[in-house]
Design a binder for this molecule. Structure first.
Ligand code: ARG
Length: 458
């Protein structure tokens, strides 16, 4: 069978080798973008005098017809072709004959595939960002409903200091908003129009590349044809944004797995977001959270794998670059799948404020006790010593600050007075915070309002 390059060879390709090199199986996902790029190329060629206005009209309407047929019937996009570019060209020639064979004038698949993937990502990234915003919205709603509930914040996974439950949810929101911005950067990185680069050296036809760029929605044109033929930095950027998003969702998942367990019992997953055990009737397993954690490894793998593929490439296009697409598509599908599962998980989460408050009181108020002594004039380092000794004693006695009489407080320091009892509650602890990023209820409500406003503006 003839293909896009068979003229050079005296025999047909070995079917196994051809199949091994073919990408149509997965790059059919670029069908729409490939036709979009070709429609623009028709205009470019017309401007360069290769097509007459009448030829351009014939070719464009055939391409339009191919596009519509693909939209109507996804099964249409298939066949023995090497890749999506060959498929579209075959369909075009079937409709307009020899005229269709002129479309590839001055153009290479090297720039075509770069264009297609750039168009694809610029189209699909905003869809992922919308899904990401839904998870942010679900977390913000949890924060709002948590009201003034307190819980322990952890460092080293040991109880550290009381915080608002809302502050905990907004912590995850902060990370996810950075991911949202990272996807925007990935899209901006893809924002350069490669047509006019030819196979590697540029093209012999006077293509108005600036005009093509703006027609295709790009704000700039690539600078160097050699670089353009193998530049997939935007792929690495997209895979990085995807991997980071999953790293953050994995950490959220890990937190929820821990806080929903029998030992903590801070939150509970809805039945709808949990799974049972085939053997142990009591089990309620957090499968969606575990899968999120698990799939993160795969996305980190796509990023690491892609960087490894790029690092040894000589200048110009190399077929290794074909590996970009399966990584991108799988990353996209994985991020989309995880995000849609997590909206439901977060929405269905139940918070148990009594349990979280109980865990947030006791010895984790030690820093507040030390700060009390500081407010009475003691140097912090010395206050730390005094309170450390108190903690040691209380632990040995199985008591906490709340159980101490004034006389007992004063055995440790004469600076303690009755006011100290008002300081050693989780509520007082969070209200003592004074910075905008802190867990002070007012700071948290300002932060929540800012998130709500951000979501509204999207
Ligand atoms: N399927 C190829 C890819 O994904 C398209 C470009 C082919 N170019 C070439 N010179 N063989 O990269």
């Amino acid at each position: 069978m003839a293909n896009l390059w068979s003229g050079r060879f005296s025999s047909d390709p070995d079917p196994t080798a051809f199949e091994f090199g073919a990408s149509f199986r997965f790059d059919k996902r670029l069908f729409e973008d490939d036709v979009t790029g070709s429609l623009a190329w028709v205009e470019g060629l017309t401007g360069a005098g290769v097509f007459s206005a009448a030829d351009a009209k014939t070719v464009s309407s055939a391409l339009q017809d191919i596009l519509e047929q693909g939209w109507r019937d996804p099964g249409f996009v298939g066949g023995p072709d090497e890749d999506v570019h060959a498929f579209v060209e075959r369909q075009l020639v079937a409709r307009v004959g020899d005229l269709g064979k002129r479309l590839h004038t001055g153009r290479s698949r090297n720039e075509q595939v770069s264009l297609d993937l750039r168009l694809y990502l610029r189209r699909r990234i905003p869809v992922l960002q919308k899904q990401l915003a839904l998870v942010v919205g679900a977390l913000a709603t949890k924060a709002e409903h948590a009201d003034d509930a307190v819980m322990p914040a952890y460092t080293h996974l040991r109880r550290a200091q009381p915080v608002l439950v809302a502050h905990f949810f907004l912590a995850h929101v902060s990370a996810l908003r950075r991911d949202h911005a990272r996807f925007t950067w990935a899209s901006q990185e893809a924002d350069a129009m490669p047509l006019g680069s030819g196979a590697v050296a540029g093209t012999n036809y006077a293509i108005d590349t600036a005009k093509l760029a703006s027609r295709l929605g790009f704000s700039r044109v690539v600078v160097n044809s050699i670089d353009a033929s193998s530049d997939r930095d935007f792929v690495a950027g997209f895979l990085h944004a995807s991997a980071m998003t999953l790293v953050h969702l994995s950490r959220l998942s890990e937190d929820l797995i821990i806080f929903c367990d029998e030992e903590h019992g801070f939150f509970q997953l809805s039945d709808a977001s949990s799974t049972g055990s085939s053997m142990m009737p009591q089990k309620k397993n957090p499968d969606p959270l575990e899968l999120t954690r698990g799939k993160t490894g795969r996305l980190i793998g796509h990023l690491a794998g892609w960087l490894a593929t790029m690092k040894g490439l000589p200048s110009g296009y190399n077929k290794d670059l074909q590996e970009d697409k399966e990584a991108v598509f799988d990353a996209e599908d994985t991020v989309a799948g995880v995000l849609s599962a997590l909206v439901g998980v977060v929405d269905g989460l139940e918070i148990f404020p009594k349990t979280t408050a109980a865990a947030a009181s006791g010895l984790l108020l030690a820093t507040d006790v030390a700060d009390f002594l500081v407010s009475k004039g003691m140097p912090f380092r010395q206050a730390h010593e005094v309170v450390g000794a108190m903690v040691r004693q209380l632990l040995a006695q199985g008591r906490d600050f709340g159980a101490l009489t004034l006389a007992e407080w004063q055995q440790h320091s004469k600076l303690f007075d009755d006011d100290v009892r008002r300081v050693v509650t989780p509520d007082a602890s969070v209200r003592a915070r004074k910075t905008p990023q802190s867990t002070h209820p007012q700071a948290v409500s300002v932060a929540l309002a800012e998130v709500t406003e951000w979501l509204r503006r999207l």
